[in-house]
Design a protein around this ligand. Sequence first.
Ligand SMILES: C[S@@+](CC[C@H](N)C(=O)[O-])C[C@H]1O[C@@H](n2cnc3c(N)ncnc32)[C@H](O)[C@@H]1O
Length: 252
Amino acid sequence: MTAADLYLDLLKKVLTNTLFDREPDVEASQAEFILGFLQHYIRGPAISMLPLARMDNLEACVKDVVARNVPGDVIETGVWRGGATIFMRAILKSLGVTDRSVWVADSFEGLPEPDAELFPKEAKAYHGVVMQREFQHLAASLEDVRGNFSAFGLLDSQVCFLKGWFKDTLPTAPIERLAVMRLDGDYYESTMDALRSLYAKLSVGGYVIVDDYGEEDWTYCRQAVDEFRAAHHITEPMIGVDRSCVYWQRSV
Ligand SMILES: C[S@@+](CC[C@H](N)C(=O)[O-])C[C@H]1O[C@@H](n2cnc3c(N)ncnc32)[C@H](O)[C@@H]1O
């Protein structure tokens, strides 16, 4: 391994709190998994709640677009404490890339309240005790996220914050082109808002990553992706990263 690879490897583990601890067991019962998730990520020192397999996928996508000169910036819509975007900035740094930005899009006040009539499963989860009291709707402030970038020595002019609801920030965001778009806003509307505003800016050869495609119990994320793909005649195959996350590479 080169020093750069070692750096990225170490960073992944620190960001996901897996240097000395294990990820929560996805095979455990739902109650055990939620408790593990709470302890490991929410109450723990993790800066990202991505499983390592998703960090590896993100690394592969960003390195690939750089290697093949696919033009554009990289973005994550839904960043929580910022870990995945910090990792993207680190990858660009490790490759000596100075002409691409990392866009960090979030309300920085947690998930939006879903419409209970249109999205009953999401509304139920949103109003649940665990989400409200323990997860606090996954809110992390802009100040904290900036502080996290700064703590890793990665807060610089190649990092651009988009604060607000996606429906308000993304349509007018001053993004020219994207090479990687990572969607992690959890819900139907958050996913659809990102696809509607950003997919047209994605370069051919670039990647879309959808974190929650396989989650069926509490979100309609999959429906948003399927509807968008059907409406825009997107037929590139979706590739699974793990039990929930998928990605595809734009070919036309
Ligand atoms: C699951 S967390 C993201 C996890 C993150 N990618 C990581 O690496 O840990 C979901 C995030 O999406 C944000 N979010 C969801 N829908 C949003 C919307 N419509 N507008 C703005 N932020 C949104 C929430 O504030 C939250 O920070």
